[in-house]
Design a protein around this ligand. Structure first.
Ligand code: CUA
Length: 701
């Protein structure tokens, strides 16, 4: 991807009447220096090392104890200053509640995107008492200001990433968030009305018609109660289909619905595509319906839930489900429409196929013809054929029905093949050479194996066969190849999300970072080396997706000055230059303020104790990266004012005093001077200055 050199503009220096330097609409100084210009990849010609350079390189390698593989790995991952990465890895941030964006192959952290956890740098959740972020994080009236982000899902068109939106699920609280990839900010959070926690979000259908959220631990749907003795009668699983309105960039809750499922523990999902378009697949464990109870001498969940050899792959015909929803064949649970099990069974919406054994991932091949299921306690992956599944459904080749009347397809009728890979297979991704890659948790390895005979001309191996294994450090969970879960995977890179790093990095106390290991999968056969170790010292990242960077259409400044990122439109409330000031209506005060290097306007804001203050702030900047912050100490206010951004916040001025506010971003040479005072005058008749007497008391302690 070619990037032209950055456009340079000469600095326009205005000397304001007050003698302050105001640098408006300029880039940081000294861009004229050649050394600071971005160096596009296109400018780099072929190199030939001189004997002196070879000697230099050899000396560095010997001094640092590097071998030739190390040098090659360094050359494959090093990004010269200003060169951009080829891919962006969007990773769940685990218990941090965030999403991390990481460049590949450099593995440099580009940004953490605040989602379920307030984050002060981004001003996310620190915009006063009516902050829409804080309100969207409430569950049943309680603030739930963290999340366990699990599965990011990029929006797709025709089964391929389109770079428009990113969805991310919160396992702990069964929530789904929508991130707009124009400004990389969270726009919406929806809470599942049926279940408190989940696991299988988010997965999208090939044109992002729906975002699928699978459940996990069965409960009484709609946040109900029943004792564990009534597990089979009253506990249920579910899968929710959130309708996505691409035009609005929001989940359309009123056109979303769920399916009631038996109280197995539904797990990951994947949408069919190509040959399997119109279906989605969810696997499950604990079809034993174990209820645990070690404290009563019962077998623990881990034993009870893994007794049987087979669990059930759930096969859902989502177009039929959509038709049933539109025909009103639903029951309202906690105000949300649910297709009940008897309807799913009667309408042919839901079928099961046996799957061995305590499965975790189900992953659809790029052509959509096969579903790969990895059973944690089975050394094989089991490959199902959609052609065979459709035939078995049409011919009603059921081996049995489960306790809830769901037809179970005959295993041998739907199975294509089983491929032995090793211990603890979890998840599978694909490349452009006809290979599949499966993570092996117990083996701590990535297995490369060949897909069926139709890919033989590409992979040049026997079909359905283990080809190579690369050890990873350690305990790999998910893995992610470049666009490796789309209709057209890119190959080249694969990231192993290794859960333990043990001795890979300097120890950081008893809590150690996790390890994202980058593998070069561009070669065939057994060549699949680890080329970079990247410590992740925040949360426990769970799953990630890797998109070609040139598919993203990221804004670097907001389209207009006065832009409201919540509505993605120009906000009529945004003050314009020349409209600044403070107005009062009774005890309601409105502050209209602008920010530009290096001052706020106005600089003094005077209100009375008890006033209700609505503060509107707009960044007049239109220059890339000219971000300002705005904080008021003691009032829990901190904003990020990106170029053009408008923010409104409200608070009650309930504590009198003198409050300096200042810009929290080092935006210019006179950044420290970018400040002002909020004066909150004590109520008439109140004694003295409370702030001063409090200070005296505090220092006397
Ligand atoms: Cu604006 Cu610092």
């Amino acid at each position: 991807m070619a990037h032209g050199p950055r456009v340079r503009r000469s600095a326009v220096v205005c000397v304001a009447a007050a003698g302050l330097l105001v640098l408006e609409g300029t880039l940081p100084s000294a861009l004229g220096q050649e050394g600071r210009r971005r160096r596009p990849a296109a400018e780099q010609g072929p190199i030939a090392l001189t004997p002196e350079q070879v000697a230099q390189l050899t000396k560095v390698a010997n001094d640092r104890k590097l071998n030739v593989d190390d040098l090659l790995s360094a050359a494959k991952t090093f990004m010269p200053s200003g060169r951009h990465d080829e891919y962006v890895l969007f990773s769940s941030g685990g218990q941090s509640g965030q999403v991390f964006a990481i460049g590949v192959p450099s593995m440099r952290l580009l940004r953490s995107i605040a989602v379920f956890t307030p984050e002060s740098w981004q001003g996310y959740g620190f915009a006063g008492e009516e902050d829409p972020v804080r309100r969207s994080l409430e569950i049943n009236g309680k603030p739930v200001e963290w999340g366990d982000t699990h599965h990011p899902a990029l929006s797709e068109t025709g089964g391929d990433y389109d770079g428009q939106y990113l969805f991310i699920g919160d396992k702990a609280n069964a929530r789904l968030a929508v991130i707009d990839l124009r400004d990389w900010e969270t726009k919406q959070i929806v809470k599942n009305p049926l279940t408190i926690s989940d696991h299988g979000a988010a997965f999208v259908t090939p044109n992002t018609e729906y975002v699928i959220e699978g459940g996990q631990y069965a409960t009484v749907l709609g946040y109900g109660y029943a004792p564990p003795e009534e597990y089979k009668q009253h506990y249920r699983g579910m899968v929710t289909m959130w309708k996505f309105d691409r035009e609005k960039g929001r989940v359309d809750v009123s056109n979303s619905f769920a399916l009631e499922l038996p109280p197995y523990w539904q797990d990951l999902a994947d949408a069919g595509k190509g040959a399997s378009d119109g279906y989605f697949f969810v696997n499950s464990f604990n079809v034993e319906m174990a209820v645990g109870g070690v404290e009563k001498g019962n077998p623990p969940f881990e034993a009870g839930a893994s007794k049987r050899d087979m669990d059930y792959l759930h096969i859902v015909d989502w177009r039929k489900a959509e038709a049933a929803f539109k025909a009103g064949k639903t029951k309202s649970i906690n105000g949300f429409p649910v297709i009940m099990l008897e309807t799913s069974t009667a309408e042919g919406i839901l079928h099961f196929a046996p799957e061995p054994k305590s499965p975790h991932g189900v992953d659809v091949t790029p052509d959509g013809r096969y579903m790969v299921v990895a059973g944690k306690l089975d050394p094989h992956v089991t490959v199902y054929s959609i052609e065979k599944i459709k035939k078995a459904i049409a011919e009603k080749r059921f081996s049995t029905r489960d306790e809830y009347g769901v037809p179970v397809l005959d295993f041998d009728a739907v199975k294509e093949v089983q491929v032995e890979l090793g211990l603890g297979p979890l998840h599978t991704q694909f490349d452009n050479q006809g290979f599949a890659y499966t993570s092996l948790f117990l083996d701590s390895a990535v297995a490369r194996w060949s897909l069926g005979p139709e890919h033989a001309s590409k992979h040049r191996e026997q079909p359905w066969k283990l080809v190579a294994k690369t050890p990873v450090h350690y305990n790999i969970g998910h893995l992610c190849a470049a666009e490796g879960d789309t209709v057209s995977p890119d190959g080249g890179y694969l990231v192993s999300m290794s859960k333990w790093s043990v001795d890979r990095f300097l120890p950081t106390g008893p809590l150690l970072p996790q390890n994202f290991q980058l593998l070069d999968i561009s070669g065939g056969g057994s060549a699949m080396p680890v080329i970079y170790d990247s410590p992740i010292g925040v949360g426990e990242p769970h799953y990630c997706q890797m998109i070609k960077a040139d598919k993203l259409r990221t804004w670097t400044v907001y389209p207009q000055v006065g832009w409201n990122p919540h509505t993605q439109s120009l906000d009529p409330r945004a003050p314009r230059k020349g409209q600044e000031g403070v107005t009062r209506n009774g005890s309601d005060v409105t502050v209209n303020m602008t920010a530009i290097r290096s001052h706020f306007f106005p600089e003094h804001v005077e209100v009375n104790e008890g006033d209700r203050v609505t503060w509107r702030l707009v960044a007049l900047e239109t220059t890339m990266d000219a971000t300002h912050g705005f904080c008021i100490g003691g009032y829990n206010i901190n904003l990020s004012l990106e170029p053009g951004e408008f923010v409104e916040f409200t608070f009650t001025a309930d504590r009198p005093g003198t409050y300096p506010f200042y810009c929290t971003e080092f935006c210019s040479a006179l950044h420290l001077e970018m400040m002002g005072y909020l004066h909150i005058k004590p109520r008439a008749g109140a004694e003295g200055a409370p702030a001063a007497s409090d200070t005296a008391t505090a220092s006397a302690k």
